[in-house]
Unconditional design. Structure first.
Length: 167
């Protein structure tokens, strides 16, 4: 940040600091912006002046401790890489969640069955009994396996029982 004395306003410090960092990055060498006037100090407008170190000469020396950007390029690059890494991780997590929403190896051709699977996914975390009914071949066991896989009991075995086959 750039600070000119103790009477300068913090918002001007930040603007001068941002301007210094941006121009240093854009031009490839250190540029320092220093506040010259501020509305807080009774001026009509806030003004800053930006120069490279050689142009400032010894006048910049008292202000240098306030410019805490030893390696602004390195910081921008490391933050950019971190943002890319987190974005990739988020994309992978989103893809995993999308595939987990429906049981594997199930082809959903109707909106009605997709709605049933979505409902099963939503009720699965609750510790409650579920009765699944329907005609033969409609996917009752698929729904039951989905509920089991998403439930708190998923660590235990799944026992599929065909009640129609019981005498």
């Amino acid at each position: 940040m750039a600070v000119l004395g103790r009477t300068a306003h913090p918002s001007c410090w930040m603007l001068a600091g941002y301007a210094s960092g941006f121009m240093s990055f854009a031009l490839g060498h250190d540029v320092y912006f220093v506040e010259q006037s501020c509305r807080v100090m009774g001026e009509r407008v806030c003004t800053v002046v930006g120069k490279d170190r050689a142009s400032w000469g010894a006048v910049i020396n008292p202000h240098l401790p306030y410019f805490q950007a030893a390696d602004i390029k390195g910081k921008i690059h490391s933050l950019t890489e971190e943002l890319r890494r987190v974005t990739r991780e988020l994309e992978r997590s989103t893809e995993r969640l999308t595939t987990l929403e429906r049981p594997p190896l199930v082809e959903v051709r109707s909106k009605a069955f997709a709605a049933v699977l979505d409902l099963a996914t939503h009720i699965a975390p609750f510790d409650s009994s579920v009765l699944i009914t329907g005609e033969s071949g409609v996917g009752k066991e698929v729904v039951a396996r989905l509920v089991h896989a998403r439930s708190q009991r998923s660590h235990g075995p799944f026992l599929g029982i065909n009640c129609g086959a019981l005498p």
